[in-house]
Design a protein around this ligand. Structure first.
Ligand code: NAP
Length: 327
C-alpha cells in the first residue's frame, strides 16, 4: 500500500492521541504539522517526528506536501480549516462534530466533490472492530428485528465560561460534543431518516448542559440518547431486538468488548478486541485504504451518515430555540 503523507492542523489534546496512532501506522508518513504558534508546532513535530512545522494554518495549506489532513481544532473552526485544506487540494479527516450545522457541511461536501477530494468525519467509533462486530450481529438478524437502541454519554465538567465546551461561539454544548456519538450509533443501525425526533435539554447561558433525544422510525423502532456535562451515566449502549440484545461495555464507542444475549438475557457470544495502539489507528487505516483506492467517500463512515446526524442535531437545536452566534 502506498504511504499517505499526513498533516495535522491544531496541536491540542486529541491531536496528541491521533499523532501517537499515526506514528504507529505503517501506511502513514508524518509530513507536516500546523499550529498558531511556531513554538507549539516545532515541539509537536519533534515529539512525533513530523518533517515540517508551520506557524500558520494558511501557510501549511499553501506550502506543505501533506495530501491528507487531520483537523483537530475546536468545533467552530472546522468549517474554515476544512475549506482551507479542500481549496488547496488536500484530502480531509475532520474531527467531530464536523461543522456547526448542515448548511456548513453541505458547502464542505460540495467543495470536496468539486475538487475530487476525499472527505471523512473522524468518527473513529465506526472504524473500530468491536463496533463493526456489533453492527454485523445487529444487521444480520442475530437479535431478531431491532426495536430499540439506548445509548448515553456524559462527562462531568464543572462550568467554566472560558472553556470551549461552554462557549456558544465555539459551538459549545453537550449536543455537539457528546450526543453526536449516541445519535451516530442510532442512525447507523436504525437508519438516517427518523420519522420523528423528540428532544429536550437543560439550557444555560445559550448552550445545552444536558439533553435527551428520542428518534422514532417509520417501523415503530426507536432510539433514546442521553448526554450531558452535568450527569453521571454509564456511557454504555444496548441494541435491543425481538430475539435478544447486544450490550456494549461501558464507554460504548471505545469499549473493548460486546456481548450478545438471547431473549432470556442469557449470554450467547462475546467479542473483544484490544486496540493495537489507542483506537485511532482504525480510522487512519480506513482513510488510507480509501484514498489509495481512489474513493472520495468512506464505506465505513459515509458522508451520508455524517450529514444525517448533522440534520438530527440541527433539528434538536431548532426544537430548543438554540442558535450559535455564527447562525
Ligand atoms: N475523537 C475523539 O475521541 C475526540 C476527543 C476529544 C475531542 N475531539 C474533538 O477534537 C476537536 C479538538 O478537541 P481538543 O479537546 O483536542 O481541543 P483542544 O485541546 O482545545 O485543542 C484544539 C487545538 O486547536 C487549535 N485552535 C485553533 N483555533 C483555536 C481557538 N480559537 N481556540 C483554541 N484552540 C484553537 C489549537 O492548536 P494550536 O494552538 O496548535 O493552533 C488547540 O490546541 C474538537 O472538535 C473535539 O470535539 C474528539
Amino acid at each position: 500500500m502506498k504511504k499517505i503523507r499526513w498533516g495535522i492542523i491544531g496541536t491540542g489534546r486529541i491531536a496528541h492521541k491521533f499523532a501517537e496512532a499515526l506514528k504507529g501506522c505503517e501506511e502513514a508518513e508524518l509530513c507536516a504539522v500546523a499550529s498558531r504558534t511556531m513554538e507549539k508546532a516545532e515541539k509537536f513535530a519533534a515529539e512525533f517526528g513530523f518533517r515540517k512545522s508551520f506557524c500558520s494554518y494558511e501557510e501549511f495549506a499553501e506550502r506543505s506536501e501533506a495530501e491528507a489532513v487531520y483537523i483537530a481544532t475546536p468545533m467552530a473552526s472546522h468549517f474554515n480549516d476544512a475549506m482551507l485544506c479542500l481549496t488547496h487540494g488536500k484530502n480531509v479527516l475532520c474531527e467531530k462534530t464536523v461543522t456547526l450545522n448542515s448548511a456548513q457541511l453541505e458547502i464542505l461536501l460540495k467543495t470536496a466533490d468539486e475538487n475530487g477530494l476525499f472527505f471523512m468525519e473522524a468518527m473513529w467509533m465506526k472504524c473500530r472492530p468491536v463496533y463493526l462486530k456489533a453492527k454485523e450481529w445487529a444487521l444480520s438478524g442475530r437479535i431478531g428485528d431491532i426495536r430499540f437502541i439506548k445509548a448515553d454519554f456524559s462527562n462531568t465538567v464543572p462550568y467554566d465560561g472560558n472553556d470551549r465546551l461552554f462557549r456558544p461561539d465555539c459551538g459549545g454544548g453537550a449536543l455537539l460534543d457528546l450526543a453526536v456519538y449516541p445519535v451516530t450509533l442510532a442512525a447507523d443501525i436504525l437508519g438516517n431518516e427518523p420519522a420523528e425526533i423528540i428532544s429536550s435539554a437543560h439550557i444555560s447561558d445559550c448552550i445545552d448542559l444536558s439533553n435527551t433525544i428520542i428518534m422514532r422510525y417509520p417501523d415503530g423502532s426507536y432510539a433514546a440518547a442521553d448526554s450531558g456535562f452535568e450527569l453521571t451515566l454509564r456511557n454504555n449502549a444496548v441494541i435491543s431486538g425481538t430475539k435478544g440484545m447486544i450490550v456494549f461495555g461501558d464507554g460504548f464507542f471505545y469499549a473493548d468488548d460486546i456481548t450478545l444475549y438471547d431473549e432470556n438475557r442469557r449470554p450467547v457470544e462475546s467479542f473483544s478486541c484490544k486496540d493495537k495502539i489507542n483506537g485511532y489507528e482504525y480510522e487512519i487505516g480506513e482513510f488510507c485504504r480509501c484514498l489509495n483506492s481512489g474513493l472520495t467517500d468512506s464505506p465505513l463512515v459515509p458522508r451520508s451518515g455524517t450529514a444525517a446526524v448533522m440534520r438530527i442535531l440541527d433539528e434538536c437545536r431548532r426544537q430548543w430555540g438554540l442558535k450559535f452566534p455564527q447562525e
